[in-house]
Write a protein of this length. Structure first.
Length: 330
């Protein structure tokens, strides 16, 4: 037998994991769990760990197996009683038809395990019709079935769905993936802010340097993101189930790009805070106002990314705003 799917190392032994393990051991786990946080890959690892424990229950205190229809142990992704629902296509939507297909699968009796498990990836990507169809399943959940809903945007779900599931939040402590050129990008960005913060200048050469640096940062950001997406997709593709269709693979690749993009923008925000911190500790109120304005602008542009604003346009607009904000701070 293969070893049980482990919990992500950063979460092993945490209170949330302890509560889930105890509920599984007592057969008291809710029929529907909402797993949410900042990192979908982490949420997927948690869902697979939960699924493994539900599909391969431990022996009871009397020594009798809860169910022993087979001696084989399947990884959750290959288990005949574990089902997945993922966004599909460039728009990364979960359709009504795909939702109905999943519901049909979980309404059938389990083949090997004591119960069935369905993992719904990025459940916030359900269109309105799909969400309403799924809501009916939550209202009358199939017997011996656990539904694991994964999302990084819990408040994008229908309130009626959120109210019918047990919530577990798992914040990610991980920083952006190591990518060639990214640390250098962050260093050049902070150095650019430092030159801007020296004060406004009428020197045309200095102004031109600021502008050229700005557009160089935009171009390099795009290159870093593209490289990171390609590298991550190659690794992720090897772990995917073999039966995923092209639309589902496109949606996963797009999701990887969006996730990496979000992490990079988080790092940009952290770099801005790191740059401003010494001045803030010195009680510089002008820097405090500039930092607040800059972070508000960055967060505004990140929200627009979710409405399909191009990341290059979002970064360019933020850096142009930064050019004005920091050069006028004095």
């Amino acid at each position: 037998m293969t070893a049980a799917t482990p919990w992500p190392p950063a979460l092993a032994g945490t209170p949330a994991v302890a509560v889930i393990e105890q509920a599984i051991a007592r057969q008291r786990l809710s029929h529907s769990l909402l797993l949410h946080g900042d990192d979908h890959e982490l949420l997927e690892a948690i869902a697979l760990a939960i699924a493994d424990r539900l599909l391969h229950p431990a022996e009871s205190a009397t020594g009798a197996a809860m169910k022993a229809t087979t001696s084989a142990r399947f990884a959750p992704a290959q288990h005949p009683d574990c089902f997945a629902l993922r966004p599909a296509g460039k728009m990364r939507q979960i359709s009504a038809d795909a939702t109905r297909a999943l519901i049909t699968k979980v309404q059938v009796s389990p083949a090997l395990a004591p119960r069935k498990v369905a993992i719904l990836h990025e459940v916030d990507r359900m269109n309105v019709q799909a969400a309403n169809i799924f809501l009916k399943t939550l209202e009358e959940p199939p017997a011996n079935t656990t539904l694991l809903l994964l999302t990084t945007r819990p408040y994008a779900l229908l309130p009626t769905i959120r109210s019918r599931v047990l919530h577990f939040r798992f914040p990610s402590a991980a920083s952006v993936v190591a990518v060639d050129g990214w640390e250098a990008w962050l260093g050049d960005y902070r150095a650019w802010l430092g030159r801007l913060a020296e004060g406004a200048t009428t020197d045309k050469h200095a102004v031109a340097d600021h502008v050229f640096t700005l557009y160089g940062l935009v171009a390099r950001f795009n290159a870093v993101l593209e490289f990171a997406t390609d590298a991550t997709w190659k690794l992720q593709k090897e772990k995917l189930p073999a039966d995923l269709d092209d639309d589902e693979q496109i949606a996963i690749e797009t999701g990887i790009a969006n996730g990496l993009r979000s992490r990079l923008f988080i790092e940009v925000e952290q770099a801005t805070l790191t740059f401003a911190l010494p001045r803030l500790l010195a009680g510089d109120d002008v820097t405090r106002r500039a930092l607040t304005t800059a972070i508000d602008k960055l967060e505004h542009n990140v929200r627009l990314l979710r409405l399909n604003l191009n990341e290059a346009a979002a970064l360019e607009d933020f850096l142009l705003a930064s050019l004005r904000i920091w050069s006028r701070r004095s």
